[in-house]
Unconditional design. Structure first.
Length: 125
């Protein structure tokens, strides 16, 4: 996934560097938004493909994948913040704390890669 590679490239920057460079911050937030939206879209696509019950919210899509044993429940407990993070990027731009963005950039990309592995396994890819 090209977006993951691009996001990983930004991991080299310190919190202070990102804070001082508004264009850099915007680029990082955009990459993370696209990645988090892709996670949700992929979850919903797998649900439709497998004919699981239809989610009524984006967050519920992740829960359904747990119910259907695509994602382990302990993984969901750590991963479920991805929807909230996506919503914060989409709707709370001015109020979103840089520390949260930086934490996702530095520590949550591995969880997204794990999510992709679970999806591939479930889809037989």
């Amino acid at each position: 996934m090209k977006r993951m590679s691009a996001a990983k490239d930004y991991q080299q920057y310190s919190l202070q560097e990102i804070e001082q460079d508004k264009k850099l911050r915007g680029a990082i937030e955009r990459e993370l938004y696209v990645i988090s939206q892709a996670v949700i879209d992929l979850a919903e696509a797998l649900i439709a493909y497998k004919k699981f019950r239809k989610p009524t919210t984006m967050r519920e899509a992740i829960d359904i994948l747990g119910e259907e044993k695509v994602l382990p429940i302990p993984f969901i407990a750590e991963f479920d913040g991805i929807v909230g993070f996506r919503n914060a990027l989409a709707h709370d731009y001015e109020d979103l704390k840089l520390e949260v963005v930086y934490d996702v950039l530095q520590h949550k990309l591995a969880q997204i890669e794990m999510f992709l592995q679970y999806i591939r396994a479930s889809a037989g890819l």
